[in-house]
Design a protein. Structure first.
Length: 116
Protein backbone atom coordinates (compact mmCIF):
# COMPACT_ATOMS: atom_id res chain seq x y z
CA UNK A 1 0.00 0.00 0.00
CA UNK A 2 1.28 3.44 -0.88
CA UNK A 3 0.11 6.87 0.15
CA UNK A 4 -0.20 9.29 -2.74
CA UNK A 5 -0.18 13.00 -1.98
CA UNK A 6 -1.32 15.85 -4.18
CA UNK A 7 -2.06 19.54 -4.00
CA UNK A 8 1.27 21.13 -3.17
CA UNK A 9 2.63 24.10 -5.05
CA UNK A 10 3.65 27.73 -4.96
CA UNK A 11 1.38 30.33 -3.39
CA UNK A 12 1.73 33.88 -2.18
CA UNK A 13 1.56 34.71 1.50
CA UNK A 14 -2.04 34.87 2.64
CA UNK A 15 -3.14 32.34 0.06
CA UNK A 16 -4.57 28.87 0.40
CA UNK A 17 -3.73 25.33 -0.66
CA UNK A 18 -5.44 22.01 -0.16
CA UNK A 19 -3.39 18.85 0.23
CA UNK A 20 -4.88 15.41 -0.28
CA UNK A 21 -3.53 11.98 0.56
CA UNK A 22 -5.05 8.71 -0.60
CA UNK A 23 -4.04 5.13 0.09
CA UNK A 24 -3.52 3.03 -3.02
CA UNK A 25 -5.08 0.06 -1.29
CA UNK A 26 -6.99 -0.79 1.84
CA UNK A 27 -5.32 -0.18 5.18
CA UNK A 28 -6.87 -2.30 7.87
CA UNK A 29 -8.02 -0.59 11.07
CA UNK A 30 -6.52 2.86 10.60
CA UNK A 31 -5.90 4.40 14.00
CA UNK A 32 -4.05 7.53 12.94
CA UNK A 33 -4.07 9.90 9.97
CA UNK A 34 -1.83 12.90 10.01
CA UNK A 35 0.28 15.46 8.22
CA UNK A 36 3.90 16.29 8.97
CA UNK A 37 6.23 18.81 7.41
CA UNK A 38 9.95 19.26 7.08
CA UNK A 39 11.62 22.52 6.19
CA UNK A 40 15.22 22.65 4.91
CA UNK A 41 17.67 22.11 7.74
CA UNK A 42 14.94 21.32 10.24
CA UNK A 43 13.47 18.18 11.75
CA UNK A 44 10.19 16.76 10.58
CA UNK A 45 7.34 18.05 12.73
CA UNK A 46 3.76 17.04 13.24
CA UNK A 47 1.30 19.57 11.83
CA UNK A 48 -2.12 17.99 12.39
CA UNK A 49 -3.65 14.61 13.02
CA UNK A 50 -6.85 12.74 13.67
CA UNK A 51 -6.70 9.67 15.87
CA UNK A 52 -9.29 6.97 15.60
CA UNK A 53 -10.68 7.57 19.04
CA UNK A 54 -13.40 10.16 18.65
CA UNK A 55 -12.09 11.47 15.36
CA UNK A 56 -11.01 14.71 17.04
CA UNK A 57 -8.60 16.85 15.07
CA UNK A 58 -5.41 18.04 16.73
CA UNK A 59 -3.14 20.84 15.54
CA UNK A 60 0.28 22.25 16.23
CA UNK A 61 -0.03 25.68 17.80
CA UNK A 62 1.51 27.42 14.81
CA UNK A 63 -1.26 26.26 12.44
CA UNK A 64 -4.30 26.45 14.71
CA UNK A 65 -7.04 28.52 13.17
CA UNK A 66 -5.42 28.37 9.74
CA UNK A 67 -5.26 24.67 8.83
CA UNK A 68 -8.07 22.11 8.85
CA UNK A 69 -7.58 18.36 8.66
CA UNK A 70 -10.36 16.07 7.51
CA UNK A 71 -10.55 12.36 6.85
CA UNK A 72 -12.71 10.09 4.75
CA UNK A 73 -12.70 6.66 6.32
CA UNK A 74 -14.52 5.01 3.46
CA UNK A 75 -11.86 6.09 0.99
CA UNK A 76 -8.80 5.98 3.27
CA UNK A 77 -8.03 9.60 2.49
CA UNK A 78 -6.94 12.53 4.56
CA UNK A 79 -6.92 16.17 3.53
CA UNK A 80 -5.29 19.31 4.83
CA UNK A 81 -6.87 22.66 3.99
CA UNK A 82 -4.32 25.41 4.53
CA UNK A 83 -5.36 29.06 4.69
CA UNK A 84 -3.58 32.31 5.48
CA UNK A 85 -0.31 30.72 4.50
CA UNK A 86 2.93 32.27 5.69
CA UNK A 87 6.46 32.00 4.28
CA UNK A 88 7.40 29.97 7.35
CA UNK A 89 4.91 27.31 6.23
CA UNK A 90 7.25 26.50 3.36
CA UNK A 91 8.24 22.84 3.64
CA UNK A 92 7.78 19.39 2.23
CA UNK A 93 4.52 18.03 3.61
CA UNK A 94 4.10 14.31 4.28
CA UNK A 95 0.99 12.37 5.10
CA UNK A 96 1.08 9.38 7.40
CA UNK A 97 -1.33 6.66 8.37
CA UNK A 98 -1.07 3.97 11.01
CA UNK A 99 -3.00 0.76 10.65
CA UNK A 100 -3.40 -2.50 12.48
CA UNK A 101 -0.51 -3.64 14.67
CA UNK A 102 1.13 -0.24 14.37
CA UNK A 103 1.93 -0.54 10.69
CA UNK A 104 3.07 2.86 9.43
CA UNK A 105 2.58 4.23 5.96
CA UNK A 106 4.11 7.42 4.55
CA UNK A 107 3.60 9.47 1.44
CA UNK A 108 6.46 10.61 -0.76
CA UNK A 109 6.04 14.24 0.24
CA UNK A 110 4.71 17.27 -1.59
CA UNK A 111 6.41 20.65 -1.73
CA UNK A 112 4.60 23.71 -0.43
CA UNK A 113 6.29 27.03 -1.09
CA UNK A 114 4.89 30.29 0.23
CA UNK A 115 6.38 33.45 -1.21
CA UNK A 116 6.43 36.73 0.67
Amino acid sequence: VQLVESGGGLVQAGGSLRLSCAASGNIFSITFMGWYRQAPGKQRELVAFIADSGGIANYADYVKGRFTITRDNAKDTVNLQMRSLKPEDTAVYYCSMVGAHGAEFWGQGTQVTVSS
